[in-house]
Write a protein that binds this ligand. Structure first.
Ligand SMILES: [Zn+2]
Length: 193
């Protein structure tokens, strides 16, 4: 099973999967996911860390708020290699894509936030295989784009996509801000380079 896209770019794991000590009331001592830190190169605010993206194609099956998790999205990716795969995205800034929405890998589903119990802005990400949480870290590090994207900048990626794919600025803006996010632009650029 391979994930096709990062839930947040760049990949910066601030807390791993498994047992941990915490002094945050209400935070779990057995961590069922990984925490991803915000992109420090961007001028994000304390409550908005920018786009969170789906790791595989799937359908939003749950979208809710509670005081511990904050805003949460759960996506069902169906059966892959004989196992049901779901992913969960937590502490989102706001209510994300509605239940029933079909999403593509890399599609923006919400923004990183700090809702619920959390010391600071971050994304809590869970990978569930047959409804059991497993450590997502090896899967995140095995994504092709993480290995291949290298140091390509967004501007370089836009230029390559414009010239080689032949799309205009409006289409680029649409892909960037409305539907997919910059990781997909970079992915296309790497593919057509
Ligand atoms: Zn967490």
């Amino acid at each position: 099973m391979q994930l096709q896209h990062l839930p947040y770019t760049p990949l910066r794991i601030t807390s791993g999967f498994g047992p941990r000590k915490t002094n945050i009331a209400g935070a779990s001592t057995y961590h069922l996911g990984v925490d991803l830190g915000t992109d420090k190169s961007k001028p994000y605010t304390a409550t908005d860390g920018g786009p969170v993206t789906a790791v595989l194609p799937g359908t939003v099956i749950s979208n809710y708020y509670n005081v511990i998790r904050g805003w949460v999205l759960l996506i069902d990716h169906g059966t892959i290699d004989g196992q049901n795969i779901k992913t969960l995205y937590q502490h989102l800034r706001q209510s994300g894509r509605p239940v029933g929405t079909k999403v593509l890998a890399g599609e923006v589903i919400a923004n990183m936030g700090n809702t619920g119990v959390g010391a600071q802005l971050h994304l809590h990400f869970e990978l569930r295989v047959n409804n059991t949480c497993v450590d997502p870290e090896p899967y995140l590090k095995n994504i092709k784009e993480v290995k291949n994207m290298g140091n390509i900048t967004l501007d370089q990626a836009k230029k390559i996509v414009k010239e080689k794919v032949g799309v205009d600025d409006n289409t680029i803006q649409y892909l960037l801000f409305y539907k997919y996010g910059e990781t997909l632009i970079k992915k296309i650029a790497v593919a057509v380079q």
